[in-house]
Write a protein that binds this ligand. Sequence first.
Ligand code: C2E
Ligand code: MG
Ligand code: MG
Length: 309
Amino acid sequence: GTSLYPNDGHSVEDLLKHADTAMYSVKSNGRNGLQHFHEDMARQSKHLLDLESRLGRAIENNELEVYYQPKVNVTDQSITGLEALLRWKNPDLGNVSPAQFIPVAEEIGLIENLELWVLEQVCKQLNTWQKNAIEPIPIAVNVSPVRLRYRDLANQVITVLNHFQISPQYLQLEITESAFIEDIETVAEQLQQIRDTGVSISLDDFGTGYSSLSYLPKLPLDELKIDASFIRKIPDCGISDKIIKAIIAMAQSLEIDVVVEGVETELQLRYVRNLGCNIIQGYLTGKPAPALVIEPLLQSSEKKATASA
Ligand code: C2E
Ligand code: MG
Ligand code: MG
């Protein structure tokens, strides 16, 4: 975020405040950019303040819900896992996308509360399915890079799992590459502690971040999710094709499972299957939905898996 004297302010305080506002705008638009301050931002910044204060009350006002999206093995259509995705519906703002509110939550220090809430909901749901004799299935929870900086994550996860009597094999944490650019050693240690508890680790949005492959063998990973941006380019194959092939080969040699994100069409599905990838998470095989919608899918997936076994 930048601001310049004299157009954007006459005092150091004003210039800093406006540069900060500009930086905020970059963060809420998906980060990784540069933005110069302009007057409209003062208005947007008011909107942001409004968003912040509403987000702060979202949990107590019951405005949040966890949706679940299946990861499907397309060879037998069985569901291999679910990803928990947070949804926020505010009475005045309507549905707010996580791409919009997660960066805000990270910025104002609310992410820890939100993620703990998601973790509790997920474990509660697993517990309900267990009680209803529905074979529980691993559920992945997204962990913000901000949250990963605190060292107590493994303890927190264990406490919640124990509280809801859930075996750690049913929980997976999804992290992104940006989590470890600053200090890979600390993050690797933290992830190892988590993995030692039996919870598995997935690397989300792979290929969009810092693309230094040398870090991969240093991290205790069980799964790697190829980002939807590669799939979106299909059928304009070319370079994405080669990159996906290389990622799959590399993951196989490191004994890491591969999931392809964002598959929307049959054409894309055929294409990724030809590359040797059979686990898909995308609108084609199932959109994110509330637990009640997912439940019957789990039951029929159980039958399919039994039939094919
Ligand atoms: P993500 O973790 O990469 O999640 C996948 C996103 O892709 C989800 O968006 C999902 O709805 C969307 N998606 C799945 N299949 C398709 C498809 O075929 N086509 C298209 N166009 N989209 C597809 P969503 O739910 O809007 O979440 C966006 C991001 O917000 C997530 O990306 C994740 O980074 C973040 N997020 C969501 N819930 C949480 C949470 O509880 N904690 C944290 N830290 N981040 C979260
Ligand atoms: Mg994810
Ligand atoms: Mg992703």
